[in-house]
Design a protein around this ligand. Structure first.
Ligand code: UD1
Length: 368
């Protein structure tokens, strides 16, 4: 009987990372049987089901249905319910737990597995913003400390891990699984015009915005400052803004008139719609980690509305500029980008569509 390997997902950015791993395991790890566990951290159709359909991810074998909650509550709930899963599965030849990214579900499942002596595999290890005010930074540091095998997306990640005392032989530089997905689905992306037409944006020039980091959206003064600068940019370049549920409630709390008419708010988009919009945008303004990488892979200029990034390769080699959250700095960066076309960039090493195959090969050797 094949050895079972548990794959954990919880929230939207996990889905594009797990999709190519599931496929690569089925081809390159014949003696492993993946069991897909969804914690239920994200649950809306728009944040969840649509991604499973578009990315052709099999339906999860187990859904823990934890839903939303304060950090401690959400993390604890995942831990309790995942522990029960391991009660059942360990007796059925479970060999390892694979976690991806840096969300609460990632640290919760890593902690449960490691306390039970089950090897933890972390995909997207070693990224550091060096900003412990970000909940994800805590999740990254602790998940890496608990992991037996650490797969990295860029070379700087190994330096971070070694500095934190992690043995070099546990670290494997494999490239970026999210870019595997981007390259696989690029041709299937929805043309931008199809998303833009119903919004009344006729021309081909537009910018794309996403904001959901608590540091940007939870403080009304910061959010208002960001929205003001977006409204000003939109006077010369219409902006499409698919709004994360956390952000929508914060914008609504600011009241009518918080945004200029040329900033078009839309519901969260599917993967293929977002990919199409990103690929053809003049510029992208974001606080997302994944979008900094996707724009680098697409060669589209990205202005990151944060003070730091845990993905420095996107700045050193890609199209990303760290702009911060000062209104003047954002307006200036946007107008420079529109005037000179923005940073050109190049594709980082091993962002070649084969990262999941490298991961599956290591897992087959170790656990097969
Ligand atoms: C989480 C991750 C973040 C990731 C983001 C992507 C953590 C600490 N944060 O943040 O790293 O970048 O996902 O989206 O794990 N909600 C819905 N529907 C859903 C899910 C959430 O309406 O399907 C609303 C709820 O009001 C919830 C809020 O969004 O309270 C926040 O959701 P949560 O999963 O706690 O954090 P995110 O901000 O999504």
């Amino acid at each position: 009987m094949p050895n079972k390997i548990l794959l954990v997902v919880g929230a939207r950015p996990n889905f594009m990372k797990i999709a190519p791993i599931v496929r690569a395991l089925s081809i390159h790890a014949p003696s492993l049987a993946p069991l897909l566990v969804h914690t239920g951290q994200h649950y809306d159709e728009a944040m969840n089901d649509r991604f499973f359909q578009q990315l052709r991810i099999p339906r999860p074998d187990i859904n823990l249905e934890v839903g939303s909650g304060a950090h401690a509550v959400q993390t604890a709930e995942v831990m309790k319910r995942f522990d029960e899963v391991l009660d059942r599965e360990e007796g059925r030849d479970a060999r390892a737990v694979v976690v991806v990214g840096d969300i609460n579900s990632t640290i919760a499942c890593a902690l449960v597995a490691s306390k039970r002596g089950l090897p933890v595999v972390h995909v997207e290890a070693g990224l550091r913003s060096n900003d412990r005010n970000m909940p994800e930074e805590i999740n990254r540091i602790l998940t890496d400390q608990l992991s037996d095998i650490l797969f990295t997306t860029e070379r700087s990640a190994r330096d971070n891990l070694v500095r934190e005392g992690i043995a070099d032989e546990r670290i494997h530089f494999v490239g970026n699984v999210m870019i595997d997905t981007l390259l696989e689905f690029r041709k299937l992306a929805t043309p931008a015009a199809e998303v833009l037409a119903p919004l009344g944006i006729a021309g081909s020039a537009y910018g794309l915005v996403t904001l959901h980091r608590p540091s940007n959206v939870d403080d009304p003064a910061v959010l208002r400052r960001l929205l003001d600068s977006l409204s000003e940019i939109a006077a010369s370049l219409p902006l499409v803004f698919p709004v994360h549920p956390r952000t929508r409630s914060r914008i609504e709390a600011l009241g009518a008139g918080a945004l200029g008419a040329d900033v078009k708010l839309v519901s969260p988009l599917g993967y293929l719609e977002m990919l199409g919009l990103m690929a053809e945008a003049r510029l992208v303004l974001t606080d997302s980690g994944g979008i900094q990488e996707e724009t680098t892979a697409l060669g589209v200029p990205c202005l990151t509305l944060r003070e730091n990034t845990e993905r420095p390769i996107t700045v050193e080699q890609g199209t990303n500029t760290i702009v911060g959250t000062d209104g003047d700095a954002i307006r200036r960066a946007a107008s420079d980008t529109l005037a000179n076309g923005g940073r050109r960039g190049r594709i980082p090493e091993l962002w070649d569509g084969q990262s999941a195959v490298r991961i599956a090969t290591v897992l087959q050797q170790r656990f097969g």
